[in-house]
Ligand binder design. Structure first.
Ligand SMILES: Cc1cc2nc3c(=O)[nH]c(=O)nc-3n(C[C@H](O)[C@H](O)[C@H](O)COP(=O)(O)OP(=O)(O)OC[C@H]3O[C@@H](n4cnc5c(N)ncnc54)[C@H](O)[C@@H]3O)c2cc1C
Length: 416
């Protein structure tokens, strides 16, 4: 049996590994010259830098089923978020009281008792063994959901909205509340970690299980059917099984009833600094995000987890401004904004590069219920990837597990 898998991101690689181990003769077609898709680590200066702020949640049950976690050399971020009010320079902390009891008082002070109780209630409703549980029920859109959970307007504006803008990579947070509950459950029941060699180490580890010459690089697929794929260069490849693992905006063009797709963009501005402006590996979230001249959503310092010769200060933006990341005027504005956050120290930081991700996350109905967003099979072609489930590493791997369940193929066994 021959299988053609289109797209060497996390989903395509995982599926190819399982199919190959089950005896399929596989070819994995990738339009670019590298694997990993949106889980991408690049080199800026002498540093490995992830394209976009990307963490691996240890609470995802799929990680243990697919990955040798030890080999990733993961380091956990602090179980707290720092908040900055740039206009006053005020810094506050919001921590998980169950994992960082010492932060209970400062967190209570930041959020106030009313919001703290609601956060705790939201956490207690989550299920450690079933993070996706909330998706079984219809919910509202994220912002409406927060309103209905009765968080105060100022807590929503200055904490929940910026936090979930970062998670959905959309300034309007057009996602369902049940997805927010899923990520909240993942944050509550595990750590946010980063692999030593960057996020691309995750798809790379899976690809290390593939047979030699399985992947064809620089091979762009133009169209697909149940029995063959056609390449941009006109070549066709026949197959018994065709699996499409490309991002939503590409898959959409091959479907009979294409959906309306949102363009979600993010960029990072990466500075080299002698000293870290933060003392803990936390996300520093902007309480005044989107107010006048407040473009930076958050800042983090990955070198606090995996030390390097110099520190990296990474400022993240979301939305249209991301597409201007290479403009000198925008880079200057971001540097000046960091000066407002961190004072004179920021002036000596050197911009070593920027990263940009277009169509960073898929979009879908903001109210739909269910763990899957799309049928597995369309016109005889199998579709996997985050847009078929939900926009996360866990959702992506679940989409592959759904394919395997349907084909009655077991999960691949890692070499011991
Ligand atoms: C900036 C950012 C931060 C994120 N942060 C998190 C996070 O913190 N936690 C979390 O759980 N998830 C996060 N995610 C989501 C997660 O990275 C994705 O859900 C996951 O990587 C999707 O994998 P995929 O295989 O479905 O798609 P992709 O990674 O997009 O892979 C698709 C592949 O198909 C290839 N391709 C496209 N068109 C063609 C064609 N015509 N022919 C051949 N090949 C083609 C592409 O080049 C690509 O390699 C983040 C994503 C981004 C972008």
């Amino acid at each position: 049996m021959k299988a053609v898998v289109v797209g060497a991101g996390l989903a395509g690689i995982a599926a190819t590994w399982a199919l190959q181990q089950h005896g399929y003769e596989c070819v994995l077609l990738e339009s670019s010259d590298r694997i990993g898709g949106r889980m991408k680590t690049t080199t800026l200066g002498k540093h490995s830098v992830d394209e976009g702020f990307h963490v691996l949640h240890t609470a995802y049950p799929t990680l243990g089923r697919w990955l040798d976690i030890e080999r990733l050399n993961l380091k956990p971020m602090d179980p707290a978020t720092s908040l900055i009010t740039p206009s006053s320079g005020r810094l506050q902390t919001l921590g998980d009281p169950l994992r960082a009891p010492l932060l209970m008082l400062p967190s209570l002070f930041t959020a106030g008792p009313w919001n703290s109780l609601r956060m705790l209630r939201w956490r207690l409703k989550s299920k450690k063994k079933d993070l996706e549980y909330a998706m079984d029920h219809p919910t509202l859109s994220i912002d409406k959901g927060f309103e209905s959970m009765r968080f105060s307007p100022s807590f929503r504006d200055t904490f929940l909205h910026p936090l979930f803008t970062g998670i959905t990579l959309d300034n309007e947070r057009r996602e369902r509340t049940s997805f927010a509950s899923f990520t909240w459950a993942a944050m509550s029941h595990g750590s946010m970690t980063m692999p030593k060699d960057g996020i691309q180490a995750v798809p790379q580890q899976l690809a290390s299980h593939l047979k030699e010459n399985t992947i064809r690089y620089d091979t762009k697929v133009r169209s697909v059917s149940s029995s063959e794929v056609e390449l941009e260069n006109g070549e066709t490849i026949g197959a018994d099984l065709v699996v499409v693992a490309v991002p939503q905006h590409i898959a959409n063009t091959w479907l009979e009833n294409p959906q309306q797709i949102l363009r979600k963009q993010t960029a990072t501005f990466v500075f080299e600094a002698e000293q870290s402006p933060l003392d803990k590996s936390r996300l520093l979230l902007n309480r005044e995000y989107e107010q006048e001249n407040q473009n930076i959503l958050h800042v983090h310092v990955p070198t606090l987890l995996h030390p390097s010769s110099k520190h990296l200060v990474v400022a993240t933006v979301v939305g249209e401004i991301a597409s201007d990341h290479e403009k000198k005027s925008v880079q200057k504005a971001i540097h000046e904004e960091l000066g407002q956050w961190f004072g004179q120290n920021a002036a000596s930081w050197k911009l070593i590069g920027t990263t940009h991700v277009d169509y960073a996350l898929p979009s879908g109905s903001v109210t739909a219920k269910g763990r899957k967003r799309m049928e597995l099979v369309h016109a005889g072609v199998y579709y996997i990837g985050d847009h078929t489930t939900h926009p996360s590493v866990h959702g992506t791997l679940r989409s592959v597990e759904r394919l395997l369940e349907n084909l009655e193929i077991s999960l691949p066994l890692r070499p011991s």
